[in-house]
Design a binder for this molecule. Sequence first.
Ligand code: FE2
Length: 502
Amino acid sequence: MNLVLWRTILALTAAAFAATIADQPSTPQQPAAESVFVVTPYLQLGDLPKLTSSESVRVLWQAVDDDDVKWTVDVRQAEDAPWRPAIASGGRLIRASGSLPAYRHFSVPLTRLQPGRAFEYRVSKNGEPVFSARGLARAPASEPYRFVVTGDTGADTPQERRIVHQIYRADPAFFAIAGDIVYSTGRQSEYRQKFFPVYNADVASADTGAPLTRSRLSFGAYGNHDAGTGDLARDPDGQAFFLNWALPLNGPYAQNGLPNAPSVKGDAEQVRQHLTAMRPHFPRMANYSFAYGNAHWTFIDSNVYVDWSDAYLRNWLARDLALAVDATWKFVVFHHPPFNSSRAHFSEQQMRLISDILEHRGVDVVFNGHVHNYQRTYPLRFLARPALDRTFRSAPSYVVEGDFTLDKSFDGAADTTPDGVLYIVTGAGGAGAYDPDQTENSPTWQPFTAKLIGDVYSITVVDVDGGRLVLRQVSEYGEELDRVIITKAKSTMTAGQPARRP
Ligand SMILES: [Fe+2]
């Protein structure tokens, strides 16, 4: 296909997607979504790590517990296509503890979708359509796409609403949150106050947020505020990540009470009910991977209860990345940044223990949060030094010393082939900004930091087109703060390996 034709198709596709997202909210004759649902319908990938020629997504929502209501869902690929019924169950009754009344949780697969194409779906209550939206199926490897990453976001702040509106304006194919999805202890009640109403607002504006999750896939990393306390006596509706997200279940095996995984504790019957409600997601879904377009994505639990020097975990990660042989790009997302120049969280370096795997397995970019600003490293390689007892375990201090190799010739403009892994901190998604005074004070930056912007909230917008990507940092007001281009050497594109200098 020639370039002009391809660009034309891209422009038309972008226009169609823009129209899709601008068409939100649901049609005027329908009742306001918040009057019908406890949580308005939204999309999730479900347990589908691989791209297929017949894609599926899931639509999830929450409603009051009422046996007399019959819910149905229909889907169609185009406006003039006939509606196809999806299989809708009666939902699962969640007997939430604390102040939340029992509710029904629905998760309905929308099947036989064309990869990379828009589709329309509607949810009906007792035969009457009460909600409709347009979604976008996962893109095939042959097509360009845009994604957005942000982090540390669900804080119920004006900045969060502006950030969500900017994600919407960027019109990505999907977006990812690098942890701390909701503050302050990952409770369902907090999701309902600080996340869903903003990320799935009926109206798009800088003051409200946007109808984002109803129309685009989203992915989340499990941050420290998402993990919360794990104590059901204190956070009876905690760990809501495992209820609200439906993502691949291909992480390392995990079980409540075993090391290196989230856990819940409390009254035995309460724990049993909580685990039943979160089945089958908890605790395995804290780590997962999937393909999107020509990229492989791996999301990792970086909380301090996980020891990433553990051989089983390291083998899982190395194998997960090694098996992505068809991926042109490899992206990894976790919450705690291993390389960070802020005063905040500087000593939480436990994730440096996997940098050798990321380098050896050809990871291109790592996205982190936890630190509430934007930081970009030089492409780097890191060799950890063992502790005095010759182990690499980082607890209890979480400081990991080692030796750096920095590629300072890469500037993302004249030199676009990084020698090493780029680490991006993109934690300026709405929770209080960290260290804004460091923005213009580069002497306070670590030697591995190439850019730090802490005086404005921002998102990372990435356009992937074959072996080239453009990474931009965009402020809460839409201004471009940073831009780098990364290109692959042609010989490495099909091997899933990063461009390396000889
Ligand atoms: Fe955090």
